[in-house]
Design a protein around this ligand. Sequence first.
Ligand code: UDX
Length: 429
Amino acid sequence: MNLAIIGSGYVGLVTGTCFAEVGHNVICVDNDAKKVEMLHQGKIPIYEPGLEELIKKNVASGRLSFTTSIKDGIDKSLVIFIAVPTPPQPDGSVDLSYIEAVAREIAGALPKDYRIIVDKSTVPVKTGDKVAQTIKRYNKKASFDVVSNPEFLREGSAVADLMKPDRIVVGSDTQRALDAMKEIYKPFNAPILETDLNSAELIKHASNSFLALKISYINALTIICEASGADVEKVAQGMGADHRIGRAFLNAGIGYGGSCFPKDLSAFIKISDDLGYDFQLLKQVEVINREQRERFIKKIRESLWVLRDKKIGVLGLAFKGNTDDVRSSVAIALVEQMIKEGAHIKAYDPKGSEKAAPLIPKAQIVSSAEAVAEGADAIVVATEWTDFKTLDWNKIKEKMNSPLLFDGRNLLDPVKMKELGFDYYSIGR
Ligand code: UDX
């Protein structure tokens, strides 16, 4: 099928590439001419495992192309996906101005024959209705349907998540549009859930909030574990073995970050509020998440006594492993707080250093874990990169001024670290 994707960010670019990979003809549209030029030259603006090879392969096969012209994309495609940012506003609500602007542009470019407009961006329930109203307002003759098709990909495993999804959600109020969506997703061989427009939109916020809730639940348990001498890893294992609960997203640590959970949670709280429900449970999820990092800093402070003039090495700046994304990263928040308290920070991230540097100008960014350790009074593991598990920790210890190790992601084995001579602290065990 001929598809257009408007917005070539994380979601748009990966979605478009995977659609091309399964055999569709895809035009990715972006209004950032520099980005489109980069993509034409085979340069990929984000780090995502497997993406670069797939883009090159599908561009070469002629199934994937890039343009700055929405009109071009719409002319040639039956289905037009909207994958533009929906950033948060200061009050937590979602800024829908990009969606609204794209809806108007689509209205101006729609031909007379039928088109399907699919929203892939994370949006508040009822946005699809607004998109439809807007298009109708600016193009009285247009023949189209609106579909909600939320995206559940995770950064760092986006290609794999897209190619092998647990489920595909498509919501629309017409069968014609739903049938076309099923056709697009047929090659993915995944269960497809058909719903009405509003339910599909709600599923995205409800899912992300529930995953964040799982993380905050296990993080709250870390407090009980520390107070009682239990081990949160064992507790998570025991809980997770019940298939009704599941082990995923029960990894305790310094809390969730990234461009989705924090924003989606506050958006969902605001959406609920607007619909007349005070979602206290989710407010508490946010409180637990914030307090988790504060408790971790307190642990560091208790050991080092004062942070002023201490040399602290930080391993990890990205908001999680396998990504270069540092948006709303808890690691960055930790670094900022320690700098505020007068510590000297040396930090290393396998992929995120470049994007992190402008956010933490007072930190020294170095190019290896060994360099982080050089003369350090303590090391903090702030991101769950598996690379950190396999470091030569003996060598790291020898380079340090004192062998204090704070593992904010429970990445390392406490027994081993103690055997190596580290004064090792982790979370909830
Ligand atoms: C999330 C959703 O998982 C995805 O379905 C949605 O499309 C976008 O938002 P993403 O933000 O890429 O994906 O990352 P995810 O792997 O969900 O991790 C989010 C944050 O939670 C990270 O900061 C991670 O470190 C943290 N996390 C995750 C935990 O602290 N513990 C866990 O058990 C899992």
